[in-house]
Design a binder for this molecule. Structure first.
Ligand code: F6P
Length: 373
């Protein structure tokens, strides 16, 4: 028999389509199955500091939430629980002390935290200080380990794929190279999946550093086949061999660095080297905003409901995860130990190359199938 009577619910880090669907499932399961109270914490973990920003969530509060984008609780990146110092990230003890006192005062005796690696890392600190925590894997980047999918990724993938479909018609009309820069932080999941689904000719991802010579070779190979336009997907973390990731903002003590700019750089370089008009489109936060697709609504609902069951079963410091169409739990510490990156030799990479997609690798010619004229 669990002693938990009140669950605190927190959404942390960048938003992702499906956050509200998880909130709805947590509230419905907690109240409907276990007769618990659910307290929503506003603005990520920040809502646990100072006077606190929280409110009780009832069945009425979650009515109509399933298709709604964003998070009704608000969210924050980092905040006062992770500060970046020269030596690395520091988690200030004072913030945890204040938050723990407030949790006690609010009679919250368990937490469900929706977040990526950063927020779940903070969640684990609460667990280590005696507050039972279950995590829910959220990020459009799909870069959390120990789960096949994070919610939000599939919706971002739909949006990037639709953008590629639209870029195809304008690229073909003008005989241009169109470059789509997508999110993903240090991983290429969105670029790889949308590039295959959207019929890209070149996909550049952080896991496979590229050379401009190889990319140009692919574009010229297409021209030899009378394909006068080309479509490229570039992950924001992609980099040339021997080069570095490009940042729009290096970040500071309280703000995470912001990637961006590689798409424009690639478009300029391709135009200079091929003489073909090239344009870059940065998809940006369109990948995160708006309604979740059907799959993410279903996944988010399963995750939310299973998170409540896990907490009430007495599971601690664990994250719900998708494995082989089933929801299991895994240690948060394992999920946050390192990010999940694209494997160079995965079936999806091989399939992409089989259908003629180039990753711009120096040895690309040995891998990818020829452009079929
Ligand atoms: O982690 C999600 C994500 O959207 C990344 O893909 C991107 O690099 C980052 O967040 C952008 O963060 P912000 O919303 O702070 O610009």
């Amino acid at each position: 028999m669990s002693t938990i009577k009140t669950i605190g619910l927190i959404t942390g880090g960048g938003d992702a389509p499906g956050l509200n669907a998880v909130i709805r499932a947590v509230v419905k399961t907690a109240i409907g199955v276990y007769n618990l109270r659910v307290v929503g914490v506003e603005d990520g973990f920040e809502g646990l500091l100072g006077e606190t920003k929280t409110h009780e969530l009832t069945a009425d509060d979650v009515r109509g939430l399933l298709p709604r984008g964003g998070t009704i609780l608000g969210t924050r990146n980092r905040g006062r629980f992770v500060l970046h110092d020269a030596g690395g990230d520091v988690k200030p003890e004072e913030s945890f002390r204040v938050a723990l006192d407030n949790l006690k005062r609010l009679e919250i005796d368990g937490l469900i935290v929706l977040g990526g690696e950063g927020s779940l890392g903070i969640a684990l600190e609460f667990d280590a200080r005696g507050v039972p925590v279950v995590g829910v894997p959220k990020t459009i980047d799909n870069d959390l380990a120990c789960t096949e999918l994070t919610f939000g990724f599939m919706t971002a993938l739909d949006i990037a794929t639709e953008a590629l479909d639209r870029l195809h018609t304008t690229a073909a009309s003008h005989d241009r190279v169109m470059v789509l820069e997508v999110m993903g932080r240090h991983t290429g999941w969105i670029a790889l999946h949308s590039g295959i689904a959207g019929g890209a000719d070149v996909i550049l991802i952080p896991e496979i550093p590229f050379t401009y010579e190889t990319v140009v070779e692919k574009i010229q190979e297409r021209e030899r086949c009378h394909r006068e336009f080309s479509i490229m997907v570039v992950a924001e973390g992609a980099k040339p061999v021997g080069g570095q990731e490009i940042y729009q903002d290096p970040g500071d003590r309280e703000h995470a660095p912001r990637l961006g700019g590689i798409g424009e750089m690639v478009a300029r370089e391709i135009e200079a080297r091929t003489g073909k008009e090239s344009r870059c489109v940065v998809l940006g936060h369109l990948q995160r905003g708006g309604t979740p697709n059907a799959f993410d609504r279903m996944l988010a609902t399963s995750y939310g409901s299973c998170a409540v069951h896990a907490l009430m079963r007495g599971e601690r410091g664990r994250m719900v995860a998708l494995r082989a169409a089933d929801i299991i739990t895994v240690p948060i510490s394992k999920a946050c130990a390192s990010i999940k990156t694209v494997n160079h030799d995965s079936q999806l990479i091989r399939t992409a190359r089989d259908v003629g997609i180039s990753f711009g690798a120096p040895d690309e010619a040995q891998h990818h199938g020829k452009e079929v004229c």
